[in-house]
Design a binder for this molecule. Structure first.
Ligand code: NAP
Ligand code: GDD
Length: 352
């Protein structure tokens, strides 16, 4: 461990937090992480790091400003000579559909939680030492105003999640301008992988495929399969987060693959990797996907998965990150889906 490499990750038990913790530990950081108390185990993604002396976990919650202040104070006391503290704010109620069902909690965590963390930094007099990364999102573009979307594209959020994240985006920018803080927004397009939460669409598809192949179910039920997403690999994206905090000056960056694919394409690709060629009949909520070889109906639509306001298409332009940070995604859409299919079905599919 390097005495000058200290980081604090909120959301360390999440998909991105777990990959980022691994990356930072591999770079000799001492990593502090915020975890929530839970009645069930919520640390599966970082269980392999538990006994690593480079990892220190602290109980807390983004809605509890006193604990955020206390954790940062403890970190400051533990590293009295640190010249830099990298803070990655990844904690969020990150599910867009669920944000319509719990809008106030989502705003408290995703919006005001960010403000509380920034204030905890200032109240601990850590503003000049801290480098702050905010997990902003392509959901900010919502009803998109430009194709593809880049840092200058106007925002048009379409969910309580996106509106909460819009507040966080602007408060980060405001603290940068008002107090000279090294605070950056990473505007990340969708990214997943084998640690992706089970109720995000690409993981739901590969898990559903596995269940069908094992005979545990005879169908996969989804919502809007015509929306399009720019989907990359979480492991590639956490490298971009780190790069943003290594720059002399803070700034905002889009991370994206530059390709967009419909949910329908994701389904066809995943099932194709298991040698199931899907054909479709019907449209909208009557669409059904069936196995061309057997005629068996496999994919059904249930409008309960529709969102009151949908984001129809996301397509990112990460040229700025490529030019300034030297960041480029390494994993193709096909490779990503193949990795997930392999994990969830044990089928090895070679992408050529
Ligand atoms: P994730 O897997 O859902 O992880 C979210 C993390 O936040 C978990 O560690 C969760 O803890 C924690 N959390 C939730 N509410 C909290 C609270 N009130 N206090 C403290 N911790 C809380 O999300 P992810 O995919 O890794 O995404 C990381 C961040 O990037 C999120 O802010 C997300 O909104 C944003 N983002 C994600 C994507 C993407 O496609 N993945 C794209 C753009 C932006 P538990 O484990 O206890 O639930
Ligand atoms: N979750 C889910 N479940 N989505 C479905 C389903 C389903 O059964 N059926 C269709 N979809 C559609 C959604 O309507 C949406 O258009 C698309 O699949 C992607 O949905 P999610 O996987 O839930 O992701 P998201 O794009 O809404 O949000 C993710 O990406 C954002 C970045 O753009 C999350 O990771 C957010 O936290 C992140 O900010």
């Amino acid at each position: 461990m390097n005495a000058n490499r200290v980081a604090f990750i909120t959301g360390i038990t999440g998909q991105d937090g777990s990959y980022l913790a691994e990356l930072l530990i591999s770079k000799e950081y001492l990593v502090h992480g915020l975890i929530r108390r839970s009645s069930t185990i919520n640390t599966a993604r970082i269980a392999h790091l538990f006994h690593n002396p480079a990892l220190k976990l602290h109980y807390g919650d983004m809605t509890d400003s006193a604990c955020l202040y206390k954790i940062l104070n403890n970190i400051k006391t533990a590293h009295p000579t640190m010249e830099r503290l990298e803070i990655y704010n990844l904690a969020a109620q990150s599910h867009v559909k669920i944000s319509f069902e719990m809008p106030e909690y989502t705003a408290d965590t995703d919006g005001f939680g960010t403000l509380k963390l920034l204030e905890a930094i200032r109240n601990n007099n850590l503003d000049s030492v801290a480098r702050f990364y905010q997990a902003s999102t392509s959901e900010l573009y919502g009803k998109v105003q430009e194709m593809p979307q880049r840092e200058t594209t106007p925002f048009y959020p379409r969910s309580p999640y996106a509106v909460g994240k819009l507040y966080a985006y602007w408060i980060v920018k405001n603290y940068r301008e008002a107090y000279g803080m090294h605070a950056s927004n990473g505007i990340l397009f969708n990214h997943g992988g084998v640690r992706r939460g089970h109720n995000f669409v690409e993981r739901k598809i590969t898990l559903g495929l596995g269940k069908i192949l094992r005979g545990e179910t005879d169908r996969l039920i989804l919502g809007n399969i015509d929306s399009q997403r720019d989907l990359g690999s979480a492991q590639d994206y956490v490298e971009g987060m780190w790069l943003m905090l290594q720059q002399d000056a803070p700034d905002d960056y889009v991370l994206a693959t530059g390709e967009t694919h419909s949910v329908r394409e994701m389904i066809e690709l995943a099932f194709g990797m298991a040698s199931i060629r899907l054909k479709w009949r019907g449209t909208g909520s009557n669409a059904v996907g069936y196995d061309e070889a057997t005629g068996k109906d496999l994919i059904f639509i249930d409008p309960k998965y529709y969102r009151p306001t949908e984001v129809d298409v996301l397509w990112g332009d990460a040229s700025k990150a490529a030019q300034v940070l030297g960041w480029r995604p390494r994993t193709s859409f096909q490779q990503l889906i193949a990795e997930m299919v392999q994990q969830d079905t044990q089928i090895v599919y070679k992408v050529v």
